[in-house]
Design a protein around this ligand. Structure first.
Ligand code: IPM
Ligand code: MG
Length: 356
């Protein structure tokens, strides 16, 4: 097969980790007889420097014209002073919205090799951690109106959180469908004791639950969920939630898997053209030092094969190679443990390639 991939190296550690993922994709292409054609796309801080905006329209078009998009990370202190509407993160949000990617899938799975890096007690870890956060990605407070005005001699800021029924229904269905492919359990997370958006969310979810009687469904308030994730993460299979709650809970979930550097993500809409990126940020403190963990990005490339290219064997091969590199004791600094071998970003790439 021939596939075109828009590649957004981005800022900070973005370029180093994406380079390793591309080496892995090239090896997969060679092994399975595919052709991957890469096209560079500027987005984030580097696009601000080059084009004066975080996502020029032509760059969005390039992504839309590709079979899929691979992204490293964007942002950094260099652009802290940039006006809110032109920040690097705005590029990412515009890309998600422009591509219609309403469904963000973030797996939180504890790799047995990393159990020692999990900050939870062994008695909790023993029960296993393997769930997915399905996060609504192009609605809610992220995309409501943001404003700051002078009111009675002081500044007052407002961010609007809005959800319509169809936005909740389409992500709710992804939640149920995802649960059906796993252990058949769905937890819908909201703040229905306070927010109208959450009360609507819950009503729509209950309507859907009637259509999926085979899925074990429950509601959970977001504050309780934050607590349950560290108290007993084994209770979760699929969590479905709105944009901001999903942002926060997915970071919490990643932490208990040992390292945020390990977690990939997929973002999909109505078509097979998706956006694949690690869930961590651009880590400016270690950028350019060849120290970053490329696994989150490499596993994102595996998800791209699985969900956008319908190449499950290729995805399995990448995941197995990562597994073997961890088994062999290779660790980047973020997940280093006693008795393991500390490797650089590119050496981790070498190790994974050697097992492919
Ligand atoms: C994420 C990030 C982004 C988000 C930022 C960079 C805008 O934290 O992908 O989780 O909040 O969605
Ligand atoms: Mg986040």
């Amino acid at each position: 097969m021939e596939k075109t991939i828009a590649v957004i190296r981005g800022d900070g550690i973005g370029p180093e980790i994406v380079d390793q993922a591309i080496r892995v994709l090239d090896k997969v292409a060679e092994k399975f007889n595919h052709t991957f054609i890469y096209g560079d796309v500027d987005m984030g801080g580097n696009a601000i420097d080059k084009w004066g905006e975080p996502l020029p329209e032509a760059m969005l078009q390039k992504c839309l014209a590709s079979d899929s998009v691979l992204l490293g990370a964007v942002g950094g202190p260099k652009w802290d002073g940039v006006p809110a509407a032109k920040r690097p993160e705005k590029g990412l949000l515009a890309l998600r919205a422009g591509m219609g990617l309403f469904s963000n899938n973030r797996p939180a799975k504890l790799w047995p090799q990393l159990a020692g890096a999990c900050p939870l007690k062994p008695s909790i870890v023993e029960k296993g951690i393997d769930f997915i956060v399905v996060r609504e990605l192009i609605g809610g407070v992220y995309f409501g109106e943001h404003s700051t005005a002078e009111v009675d001699g002081e500044k007052k800021a407002t961010d609007i959180m809005a959800y319509s029924e169809h936005e909740i229904e389409r992500i709710g269905r992804i939640g149920f469908e995802t649960a059906r492919k796993r252990r058949n359990k769905l937890t819908s997370v909201d703040k229905a004791n306070v927010l109208d958006t959450s009360r609507l969310w819950r009503a729509v979810m209950h309507r859907l639950a009637a259509e999926y009687p085979d899925v074990e469904y429950s509601d959970m308030l977001v504050d309780n969920c934050a607590m349950q994730i560290v108290k007993d993460p084994s209770q979760f299979d699929v969590i479905v939630t709105e944009n901001l709650f999903g942002d926060i809970l997915s970071d919490e979930a990643s932490m208990i898997t040992g390292s945020i550097g390990m977690i990939p993500s997929s973002s999909l809409g109505e078509t097979s053209c998706g956006l694949y990126e690690p869930i961590h940020g651009s880590a400016p403190d270690i950028a350019g030092q060849n120290k970053a963990n490329p696994i989150g990005t490499i596993l994102s490339a595996a998800m791209m094969c699985r969900y956008s290219f319908d190449m499950p064997a290729e995805a399995d091969a990448i995941e197995a190679a990562v597994q073997k590199a961890l088994d062999a004791g290779f660790r980047t600094g973020d997940m280093m443990a006693e008795g393991c071998q500390l490797v650089s970003c590119s050496e981790m790439g070498d190790a994974i390639l050697s097992f492919l």
